[in-house]
Design a binder for this molecule. Structure first.
Ligand code: SF4
Length: 122
């Protein structure tokens, strides 16, 4: 199974504590977290993914904040030296996100305007 993950969700999973857009959304996040902990291969996207599939902001396959989140994806991919469509082991992607974005304190440059920003301060 190759999971579909939009790039900026590589940051969201690091901070997820059970809060989200709906009960269905958070249930799916917990389930996805468990699956990703087994280190499957994922394909990195700049479009709706297996997280968005259970989000109330997903309007017929398009995020209601399409431009904002596509920009988050683009910045994560650039800072990690990756491109949309790349397949990678989840833990390798997590490590790249940690090394290139979270550890050097660059997350808020990317998604500081997100409504969940306060939850994601290290
Ligand atoms: S807000 Fe948009 S990018 Fe985030 S999970 Fe929902 S549909 Fe996906």
């Amino acid at each position: 199974m190759v999971y579909r993950i939009r790039a900026h969700h590589g940051m969201c999973f690091s901070f997820f504590q059970g809060k989200g857009y709906s009960g269905e959304f958070t249930d799916n996040m917990w389930a996805m977290k468990e699956k990703l902990n087994e280190n499957p291969e994922v394909v990195l996207l700049q479009e709706t993914d297996d997280v968005c599939a259970h989000c109330p902001n997903n309007k017929e396959g398009r995020c209601a904040s399409l431009e904002q989140v596509a920009d988050y994806d683009r910045q994560v991919l650039t800072l990690c030296g990756l491109s949309a469509g790349v397949r990678i082991k989840w833990h390798d992607f997590e490590n790249l996100v940690w090394k290139n974005i979270l550890e050097p304190g660059r997350r808020e440059e990317i998604c500081g305007g997100c409504e969940w920003n306060e939850l994601c301060r290290l």
